[in-house]
Structures are given as C-alpha cells and as structure tokens.
Write a protein that binds this ligand. Structure first.
Ligand code: IVH
Length: 755
C-alpha cells in the first residue's frame, strides 16, 4: 500500500491500478490469468482505498464500480429477478470482531446469529423455478442480466428439474458451478498429453466448460454445482438461512459439506479456522469463509450497499505457497509423444505434503515465466492438488543463468528413444516423432488394450511396461507375435510390490499368458475396424470419430489415400480461413488493402466450398470429423510409421472389416432399418442419458450430430430444449419427443423381424 499524501501521485497510481486491473480482468476472462486471485485482490483493495481517500478522482467506469465482466455474446441474455450482488472482503482475523460489532450496531444491540460457510471458488449461477419447474439458469453477467446457460446447466445431474410438492410460486436459487479438483487434474493431464495449453485452475476449467455452446461436450466435463441462497415469492417456506438450507436440501440441491453457527466473534473465528483446516478435503476449491446473518428480518434491517449486502462478508484465506529451488528439469514422454517438462525441486512442505516435483506444462509456459535451472521459485497447488511453479524469484537468481530451452536441454532428441523431436504448428508442446518410441509404446499398448479398443484382458500398465522393457513387445505389432512359453516366463519386477519388501522374482505364469494370448487372438478375429482405428492411439482420433471413419471406409486399405478424408480436410480448412479472416473484424481494425485481399480471396474460395459441400453432402459426414481429425489421420497413415504399421498388420493376417460401413447412407426404402442413414441431433433432458439413446439410434444405422443444420433429419428434443429446438424449427427439421422416438424404435424392431 502506498502512503500517498500528494494527490497528483495518488491520481497517477489510481490510473495505473485501474489500467492494470482491467488488463488482468481481460486475461482472466480469456482463462489466462497472470497473477493469483490473491494478488488481484490486493491491487483491487489498494485502488478501492485510494478512491476512498481521494474522492475527487471518482469515476463510474472504475473497475471497483463494476460487479463483474459483461456477458458472453453467444448466449441469450435474460434479466435476473433480483440483482446478483457481490460480497465485501476481509483478510485479517481482527476484521472479524469489527464486522461483528458493525452488525450488532446496525441491529441496535439485538444479538446477531451468524452462519459461517465455505466460499466456493466457482462460477456464480442463478436458477429460476416457477411453480416448482425449472425455468432457466443464468450466469451472473453484469449483475442485472446474465447469459442463459440452461442447456449446459442441465447436464449437471445433481440439479433438480422440478421441486417437490408445495414449491413457492417462484424462486431464484443461487450457488456456484464448479469442476471438481479431481476432474480438473484429469482434464489437465489429458490436455498435457495432447500437447495443448493447460488450464490455470478448476474455476477457469469450469468457466471454459460453461461457455461451450454444445451441451454434449459440457456433459463430458462433469461439472457440478452447490447452492447457498434462495429468494423469491412471498410464499417461500422459510424465514432464515437455516430454514433455507433445510428447504434446499429437501428439494434435492447440493449444499456445502460443512457450515457453522456463530453467536460471537470468537465462535466465528473458531469456525473460520476450522474450515481452513478441513476445506482441502472438499471436492471443490474454496478461497474463503462467508459470514452471513441468519435471520432474514435482521438482514432487512441491515440492508445493502450499492454492490454488496451489509449482512454478509467474505473472509479470504491467504493462498498457500512455498519457496524452493529448481534443481533440474526432466522431460517425460506421453502416449502421443508429447514431451512434458517436469521441475525437480528441493523437497519442500506445502499444504500438508512434501513436494519434490512440479509440472512445468510446456516450453511456452517456461518462457512466459522465464524459469531457469537453479532458480529459486514460488510453488503452489493448482486446484489445490497439482504442484505448479507459480513464478521465479528473480532477485535471488545467480548471474550466470541462461533462459531454458527444452529442445536444447535434451539435445533435440527424445529422452526415451533418442529419436528426433518436433513442435507441430499450432501446438504448445514438443513431441517425439518416433512412433515406436518405448515410452510411447507402453502407454500406446495399454490404450490399445482398453475395453473400448481391442479389449485385451490382462494387459495393464505393469505388464505393458515389462513387455516393452524386456524387448518382448516393443510395438503394437509385436503384441501379435507373442509366444506363450516366453510370455509365461516374463519376469514381473519385485519392485512393483507396494510395500517395498524384497521378494523373489515373480513370473507372469502359464495361466495369465494363456488368457492374454486368447484375448489377443479374439481381438484379431472379432474387433471391427472402428475399434481398431481408435486402438491405434492416433492424436485427435477418439471413439466417435473412429466410428465415423469406419462408416466411410470398409477396411484399413481405403484410409491412407481416402479421397473423402482429403475433401473433408480441404473443406474444413477453407471454411476456417473464411471464418478467421472476416472482411470487417469486430475486435481489430484491418487496412483497406487487407480487406480487399480478403474479399477477393473469399470470392475465390466460396465456389470451392460450395462445390466440396455438394460433393460431400450425400455422405452426411459428422461435423466432429473436421480439419484437425482429417489431417491427423492422413498424416498418420501417410507417414512411414503408419505405413509400417498397416503393412505389419497385413503380414500378420489382421484385416479388420468395418461393421458399420455405409458411406452413402440410403433411405429407408432401400435398407433394412427405417432410420438407416438419417441424421439426428439430441437435445434437452431425456429419461435416459444422451449417450445411451445415441448408441441405440446408431445401432439402427442412424448418425448422431452435435449441431442442427440443414442436413439434420430429426431433432430429438427432451425437456427444456433450447436453442437447438429453435434452430430446428426455423430450418423446418422434424422434431420428435420421447414418445415418438419409442414408436420409431418399435418400427425398427418390426422391420428387422420382417422377412
Ligand atoms: S452469498 C448477496 N455464499 O462469492 C451476495 N456467495 O465474492 C450473496 N460465493 O457473489 C452471496 N461461495 O458468487 C455467498 N457460500 C457463499 C459463496 C458465495 C461463493 C461467491 C458468490 C458471490 C461471490 C462474492
């Protein structure tokens, strides 16, 4: 804090702080924060205090006068019935008795009873229920209007669609959407493996998920929500916070794991301390304790300031950090060859565990933070679990350090196989290019063995590791050459034992060897093409895309030179160019010359796009098979490694056939199933999960797409269907509910039964 006495120095500082806070707001909204929330709060506090002391510099557009960022453009905006306010913050224990006395004073001596509950570090959400039925879910937006994210919110299973008998005429229920810490860790691991930019914390991950326009993708992220307030019509059946919690819980809403009642400032402080000691075991991030007056009558007496209620306050905990030294950087190799730098640290205690390693994510991240070998660093736990280097203590840096370069550090060779490395355009990660790299092979083997791929029983991480390190199977192909006797003799390292006791070397054994080989043989004869494609672990090719590729190709032979994939790739690339080069961009200004160039190019590209679209239309290719996937596939199959693999499979007599081959989907007249080749979009809440319904429809030859377009034949709309339903109606797409779906599926059954 700056002890300004001179007002021109204060003016300068105020202007700097406003600019700086706006910059950090923008970075935060872009999910790329540069400073921790704690550091942000202290800038904010300093500004608020200066503005208070120098009211002559008041400005209504100052960040301190705003409640939150403006809503996203892509969702429909709707008004909140009552504004979504913020909370004032306190940071020091001595602020608690001060808050208590302020409340007591406001209540003219009437003793207040406070609730102390966790402050969840998620995204504020407000749900509206009318006569017991869910109406919509809005984000905070600017506090008075928010984005309607109902579709995405309804992917959260724990949110009730309707309330039990006796619900009030209307009610706004407020809480926080969050991504569990565990889910966040998993998501970031996936991102790292895919060579993508990791997310800073669960809050950003949840924000990213909530902003997705396709609820199907949102559902995959596993968001959850917790609620702490409800207000509405006069017939609400409670008159204090305790009653409200009981009502929320009875109605099926999740509420915080713990809360305390405090009748004195001492009790409130004890609760704040106890919460701090247990909050790390909660599935969500917490960054403070919220103190609230229990009685609603007392709340009314206390009232509100412009921005926050006077009857509540947030006590913010100081985030835990530790200082240590970066002793070295090791580089790990993932399944798709992504090279991840890992900090080897001087062991240090942080939030109850000893940390000696921390992820450094990728070279760009290292450059951004300018992390150098030997540096003193500040570490924290992202999402309270993943140790991460936050920043470097430059003042402690030795004079002879140099910027770290991952490729130089490993002499431009993969640390596992010594092969060449590359950083593909558009990715933040360096990769090992050698498809047969042992480190990649181990994870590739276990991926191939997964249930959704080749479903090979008995090939877990430990066995894959041994197969590769013993040289018995150094590639996926060699899995098919394993001999029973040798496999039975495979030694399982005693170091694998959990308790660290030395024990006699263990053999894989005859029985396990026989099971594994039988399972491998079965995969050769029974597994269809789509699961083989998925099993190869090609970057960007998940199950759904693999299924679509198998629909378009009868066998592996057709894939490397597939004209269809080439066209899909070109079409998507052309469309991306047009989208990324608008003639009049919204955010940036472009020169007239540039605009003319774009216009000319667009005019040239548009007929090509139309031509490709017409050519591809009869194939009704799923939108998920776009440029990224098509390019990744072609790169893989046309590479030396891909060719070797295909050749090797053939040599071993492995030639899986597509089980869903139907490149030109025929209509019902020509095929057995009445819905073969039709394209469906599923939206809203249905009695079964969307995945289950999608699988059933696919089994009758239908295709499932994520978005409604003119190629959509049917929209299956469940409860609370939103924008997709509107779009389907505007395009004249036939809309069905679940009862009609049942009729259609019955017809599929009868058509199969017919001769
Ligand atoms: S009560 C009138 N309780 O923190 C404001 N808010 O920094 C009522 N938050 O806007 C808010 N946990 O989005 C309340 N247990 C909790 C909370 C909580 C997280 C959020 C909420 C609020 C923000 C203020």
């Amino acid at each position: 804090m700056f002890p300004f006495t001179d007002s021109s120095a204060a003016a300068e500082r105020i202007s700097f702080l406003r600019k700086e806070i706006r910059r950090h707001d923008a970075l935060y909204n872009d999910a790329r924060p540069e400073i921790s929330d704690w550091e942000y709060d202290s800038l904010y506090r300093e500004l608020a205090e200066l503005e208070n002391r120098f009211p002559q510099f008041d400005d209504p557009s100052s960040p301190t006068k705003k409640i939150a960022a403006s809503p996203l453009a892509a969702f429909e905006q709707k008004p909140h019935r009552s504004p979504m306010l913020s909370l004032d913050n306190i940071y020091k224990e001595h602020d608690v008795p001060a808050f208590f006395s302020r409340i007591a004073k406001g209540l003219q001596g009437e003793p207040p009873e406070l609730f102390v509950e966790p402050k969840i570090d998620g995204l504020a959400i407000s749900l509206l229920y009318e006569n017991g039925k869910f109406v919509h879910a809005l984000t905070r937006g600017d506090g008075t209007r928010g984005d309607d994210v109902s579709q995405n919110i309804l992917t959260i299973r724990s949110i009730p669609r309707s309330l039990p008998e006796g619900a009030p005429a209307w009610m706004e229920v407020r809480g926080e959407v969050f991504l569990s810490k565990e889910m966040f860790a998993r998501l970031n691991q996936l991102k790292e493996e895919a060579g993508e930019e990791p997310l800073a914390n669960p809050r950003n991950a949840a924000a990213g998920a909530l902003k997705l326009l396709d609820p199907k993708q949102v559902a995959r992220r596993g968001l959850n929500a917790i609620f702490y307030s409800a207000s509405g019509s006069r017939d609400l059946p409670f008159s204090d916070h305790a009653g409200m919690f009981a009502f929320l819980e009875k109605s099926g809403f999740l509420t915080s794991e713990k809360r305390w009642v405090a009748k004195t400032a001492e009790e409130a402080l004890a609760a704040i301390r106890e919460l701090d000691s247990v909050r790390r075991s909660f599935p969500y991030d917490t960054d403070g304790a919220v103190l609230k007056v229990n009685s609603f009558a007392q709340r009314e007496l206390l009232g509100f300031t412009a921005k926050a209620p006077r009857w509540a306050i947030a006590y913010k905990y100081e985030p835990e950090k530790a200082e240590t030294r970066l002793l070295g950087i090791t580089v790990q190799v993932g399944r798709t060859g992504v090279l991840t730098p890992v900090a080897e640290l001087e062991p240090v205690l942080l939030s109850g565990s000893t940390i000696s390693r921390a992820t450094l994510h990728n070279q760009e991240e290292i450059e951004r933070k300018d992390i150098r070998l030997g540096d003193f660093v500040v570490i924290h736990k992202a999402g309270e679990i993943i140790p991460e280097v936050l920043r470097v203590l430059e003042e402690k840096r030795a004079a002879d350090t140099v910027p770290f370069s991952l490729p130089d550090h490993i002499a431009h060779r993969c640390p596992s196989c010594g092969g060449p490395i590359r950083k593909p355009e558009g990715f933040v990660a360096w990769r090992c290019e050698n498809f047969f790299c042992p480190a990649q092979t181990v994870t590739r083997l276990t991926h191939a063995a997964a249930r959704k791929a080749l479903d090979i029983e008995g090939l877990d991480d430990a066995v894959a590791e041994k197969l590769v390190s013993s040289g018995m199977a150094t590639s996926l192909l060699e899995l098919f050459d394993l001999q029973e006797a040798a496999l039975a003799d495979l030694s399982l390292d005693p170091a694998q034992l959990q308790d660290g006791r030395a024990s006699k070397p263990r053999r894989f054994g005859e029985k396990r060897a026989a099971t594994l080989l039988a399972s491998i043989r079965k995969s050769v004869s029974e597994i269809p093409l789509n699961r083989w494609i998925f099993a190869l672990g090609i970057p960007q090719i998940g199950e759904t895309i693999a299924l679509e590729i198998a629909r378009l190709h009868a066998s592996f032979d057709e894939i490397p030179n597939s004209p269809l994939l080439e066209k899909v790739g070109s079409l998507a690339a052309l469309k991306t160019w047009i989208k990324n080069n608008p003639l009049t961009p919204k955010k940036t200004k472009i020169s007239e010359e540039e605009s003319a160039f774009r216009k000319a190019k667009k005019e040239k590209l548009e007929p090509l796009v139309a031509e490709l679209e017409t050519e591809l239309a009869p194939y009704k290719i799923s939108s998920e098979l776009g440029e990224v996937a098509a390019t990744s596939l072609r790169e893989f199959f046309c590479s030396q490694n891909g060719a070797t693999l295909l050749e090797g499979l053939k040599k071993r007599g492995i030639n899986p056939k597509s089980a869903n081959y139907a490149p030109l989907p025929e209509r019902k007249e020509e095929s057995g199933s009445p819905i073969a080749g039709t394209t469906w979009v599923i939206t809203g809440t249905l009695s079964k999960s969307r995945d289950e319904i999608a699988d059933e429809l696919r089994s009758w030859g239908a295709k499932i797409s994520g978005s409604v377009s003119k190629n959509t034949d049917f929209l299956l709309a469940g409860e609370s269907a939103g924008s997709k339903l509107e779009k389907a109606r505007s395009l004249g797409v036939k809309v069905m509910g679940e009862p009609e779906l049942r009729l259609v599926l019955d017809r599929c059954q009868t058509s199969r039964a017919a001769p």
